[in-house]
Design a protein around this ligand. Sequence first.
Ligand code: DON
Length: 304
Amino acid sequence: MDYQKILDQIHEELTYKDALGKVASYIPELAKVDPRKFGMHLYCDDASHFSFGDSEERFSIQSISKVFTLTMAMQLLGEDLWERVDVEPSGDPFNSLTQLEYENGVPRNPFINSGALVIADILVSNLQDPKRELLEFVRKLTGNNTIDYDLDVANSEKSTGYRNYALVNYMKALGNIKNDVEPIVDFYFHQCSLAMSCKELAQAFMLFANRGKLLETEEKIISKTKTKRINALMQTCGFYDEAGEFSFEVGLPGKSGVGGGIVAIHPSKYSVAVWSPLLNKKGNSELGMAALERLTTLTGFSIF
Ligand code: DON
C-alpha cells in the first residue's frame, strides 16, 4: 500500500477553505489557533510513517487525552472501574448533564466529559501525583520527553469551565465523586491541555493498534483484553453524538478533541492522526473526519 501517495491525494483534495466549521472559542485560548492548520501523520506496524502538512506542529489534544487517562484508570481498577462509569454511547453532546439525573450520577461512558471527570477522580484518588504520572505515561508511549501541558490553555479553560464544575458538583451530590472538586477539575483541565503533534499522537496510539505493546520494544503496557475494550469504546463513544456517523463514514475506532485533532487506529495495521481546528456542530474536526473518510475509501480497508 502506497500510503504516502494516498496522503498526498487527500492533501490535494481537501483544503480548509472547503470547511464550514469554526475554531473552538468556548476555551478562549483555543480561539487564537490559525484555522488554516492542516496536517496528517500515519504510523504503520512496521514503524514506517507517512505525513503531510502541519503534522509535526503541536496543538491542544483536549478530549483525545481521555483515552490515555482511561487506560491508566483501567490499569489501576480493572473491572471495578465499570461500577463508576458505563460503556454505552450517550447520543448526547460531550458536555451534557441531562442523563446523569435519571442515571444516578453514573456517566454513560468514559469519553463524555462527565465520564472523563469520574476517571480524573479515580486517578486523583489512586496516584500520588497524577499530573506527573500522566505526563510520564504519554512520554513513554511516544519516546519524547518534551511533551508537556500548555498552561495557558489549562488556565483559560479553568476560567470558563462552568459546565465541567457543574458536572463534578452534580456527580458529587449523587455520590459518584470521592475527592474535592478542585483537584479533579485541575487535573482534568491539565490533561486536556496536553500539547502534541499528529506524529506524536499517531506514535502513542500505536499501543492500541499493536495489541497493547510498544511498537519499538514490544514491551507490553496493557493486556489484549483491555486494548480490545478501549478500542470498542473509541468505536462506539469516541465521537459523542457523532459516533454513528464516524463509524458510518470512516469505519475505524477513534477519538476526537475540540483542538481539532482526531486519532484513529486500524488494529494490526496502522495508527493515524489528523489536525484541522475547524469544528463541525458536534465539536469534531470537519476536515479531519473528511480526511479519514478518504483514507479508508482510498485504501479500501476499514475494520468492517
Ligand atoms: O471539557 C471540555 O469541554 C474540553 N476540555 C474537552 C472537550 C472536547 O475535546 C470534546 N471533543 N471533541
